[in-house]
Design a binder for this molecule. Structure first.
Ligand code: FAD
Length: 158
């Protein structure tokens, strides 16, 4: 990645501060042969690379589906997403949402947290309860609704 983002300079001690953040959410189908060990390697790459790009988020792995929430500076997230989209460890990559706004990070302490698909409901609920802005509670509420209706990542299965 070309753009270097020094999280330290921008974040300082105020990881909960408002900043211009680009948020990208996608899901995809896990490629055959990708197991827990392969996902552990993906998470290791993410934890090595994401901090200097100012990128945080979570990766859900389960039922043959990846679901990832990325947030950070627009250029850095866009460049990372280009790498991820070309990664042979998954396919059928479908963007669920993307937006750029001045806001707090929803997952300020997570370079890239691996969440079991059984736990995603609790993670989204927790983020919703901690979100200080109504529109974020709304967005997370919508994701929860889609999850409960079994619609989340339906496209990734196509
Ligand atoms: P390394 O991690 O050292 O990997 C070296 C090269 O080997 C890379 O080109 C990598 O693509 C390739 N590689 C390694 N193992 C395999 C394998 N089993 N099959 C095919 N190719 C392999 N990267 C991040 O930095 N941050 C993220 O948040 C992130 N999320 C991801 C989410 C998903 C669902 C997937 C599939 C990948 C994700 N990646 C993420 C990995 C990303 O696609 C790149 O592989 C990674 O950024 C390259 O990092 P690196 O240059 O440090 O190379």
């Amino acid at each position: 990645m070309n753009a270097t983002y020094h999280a330290q300079n921008d974040e300082g001690d105020a990881s909960h501060a408002y900043r211009l953040l680009y948020n990208l959410v996608y899901c995809s189908r896990v490629a055959p042969g990708v197991d827990d060990a392969a996902v552990a390697r993906i998470i290791a790459s993410a934890r090595r690379n994401n901090p200097e790009q100012g990128i945080t988020g979570l990766l859900v792995f389960g039922s043959g589906i990846f679901f990832q929430w990325l947030e950070g500076p627009r250029d850095n997230v866009t460049q990372l997403m280009a790498l991820i989209a070309a990664d042979p460890r998954h396919g059928n990559v479908v963007t669920i949402s993307s937006s750029e706004e001045l806001r707090e990070r929803l997952f300020p302490d997570w370079d890239m947290e691996l969440v079991d698909s059984a736990d995603i409901r609790a993670v989204l609920l927790d983020a919703k309860q901690n979100a200080s802005e109504a529109r974020h509670r709304l967005a997370l509420g919508q994701l929860l609704k889609e999850l409960d209706a079994g619609q989340l990542c339906e496209l990734g299965k196509a």
